[in-house]
Design a protein around this ligand. Structure first.
Ligand SMILES: [Zn+2]
Length: 410
């Protein structure tokens, strides 16, 4: 058995409890066996590796509940993706996975474009990366957010991972096939989108009965959850009333729908950090992005104050770049009115609950899996310090070092 003891730590355990100074974290193999004040820590076992983290902060591994690892962020473009064979794109994932986990993100939910093979390859340690939950495809109707037929008549839909269904029966058929493949979560677009070429976020996407059919199939065949891309009001309403588990974006929420989300226990993943840049997107998409993100920043505080459960997601790959997730925590403080501690809880415990993995992940407590991050200084005093990768000193996933900028002797 391998025992690692992190001592001289400021402990933020992810539960929302006050930080504990002079704390100790004990890890045995892949599990946490103690997290708390040095006073009450167990005696170090023979052969334990003891690391003094120098008064820096220990947090749970963070989550990004909305990424697209198959997309390049600002480092490429969909046209370049179309110019290489499919196998080449798998090798492009290697750096994105590495950058993400080294930035302190130990679990991601990939909501389109990454399949179960990538998830399992990381799980089996063929390559370093965060733990993945994958949707593989995104559902919408023909002409909706998942439809990437472009005006030249070239069909980019399979390239990005779109899946078009126009009836309840088609939806049931295709989602059963994905569930057979072993996906973790179902993704549907119930509103139009910013990047899709032929619709608008105000437009209705997949209708309520299609959303409800996906929810029913996902529940019946494996107890999977459904995440809905929904920006405008009509799409948010269809998703909320179709019974999804999370609303992604949710910018045009009104007070009635906020109360309905609270009543149904639905989560919001507001992706506040993303704003398309003119150098990587079409002018139409940039105009849509600017308009809708202004609304996002205006509406999120009312959503937070209504008591909706808020998790952290970014649309990394679209914008921002992979690894830039923790900038979202600063956005939650700035725009949603959260305290830094509340933003950290959103990125750990609440996100773990949304992903359905909170029994084993999301907080630093005895018995949980040892996904642990050491960050420089005190992020409750400077939440934006988390987005500087140089401040992410150590990342452990299941007790194994995935990043060690602090140069700790493990
Ligand atoms: Zn997305």
């Amino acid at each position: 058995m391998t025992t690692i003891i992190l001592q001289n730590a400021r402990l933020i355990d992810g539960t929302g409890a006050d930080p504990v100074t002079d704390a100790v974290l004990v890890i045995e193999d892949d599990k946490i066996t103690y997290a708390g004040a040095a006073d009450g820590a167990p005696k170090a076992a023979d052969g334990a590796v003891t690391v003094d983290v120098g008064g820096n902060t220990v947090t749970p591994g963070f989550f990004d509940c909305h990424v697209h690892l198959s997309l390049p962020g600002t480092k490429g473009s969909p046209i370049m993706d179309a110019m290489v064979p499919p196998s080449y794109r798998y090798f492009e994932l290697l750096d994105r996975l590495k950058v993400t986990v080294e930035a302190g993100i130990t679990t991601v939910r990939d909501l389109m474009g990454t399949d179960v093979g990538v998830r399992d390859a990381v799980k089996h340690s063929l390559m370093p990366g965060p733990r993945l939950l994958v949707a593989d495809k995104m559902f919408s109707q023909t002409g909706g957010h998942a439809d990437f037929h472009i005006p030249s008549h070239i069909n980019g839909t399979p390239l990005v991972g779109g899946l078009l269904v126009d009836s309840v029966d088609e939806a049931r058929h295709h989602v059963r096939a994905l569930l057979r493949d072993g996906i973790d979560v179902v993704k549907v677009a119930s509103s139009g989108g910013v990047t899709s070429p032929s619709d608008d976020p105000d437009w209705l996407g997949a209708r309520t009965e299609i959303v409800a059919a996906l929810v029913e199939e996902a529940q019946n065949y494996g107890g999977r959850k459904v995440a809905a891309h929904a920006i405008g009001y009509a799409g948010i309403k269809a998703a909320v009333q179709g019974g999804v588990h999370s609303i992604e974006h949710g910018y045009a929420l009104d007070d009635d729908l906020r109360q309905e989300m609270v009543g149904r226990g639905q989560y919001l993943v507001p992706t506040l950090i993303e704003t398309l840049k003119p150098d990587t997107a079409t002018p139409q998409a940039v105009a849509k992005s600017t308009k809708w993100h202004a609304l996002a920043h205006e509406s999120i505080q009312a959503s937070a104050e209504a008591g909706i459960k808020i998790a952290v997601g970014t649309d990394a790959g679209l914008v921002p770049d992979h690894g830039d997730t923790l900038g979202e925590l600063g956005c939650l403080v700035k725009f949603a009115g959260m305290t830094p501690m509340q933003a950290i809880v959103a990125g750990t415990k609440t996100s773990a609950e949304l992903c359905g993995v909170d029994e084993t992940l999301g907080t630093l407590e005895a018995g949980k899996i040892a996904d642990v991050v050491v960050v420089k200084g005190d992020p409750t005093a400077d939440i934006d310090s988390l987005k500087d990768h140089d401040n992410i000193l150590l990342v452990l996933k299941e007790g194994k070092a995935m990043g060690n900028r602090g140069g700790y002797a493990l």
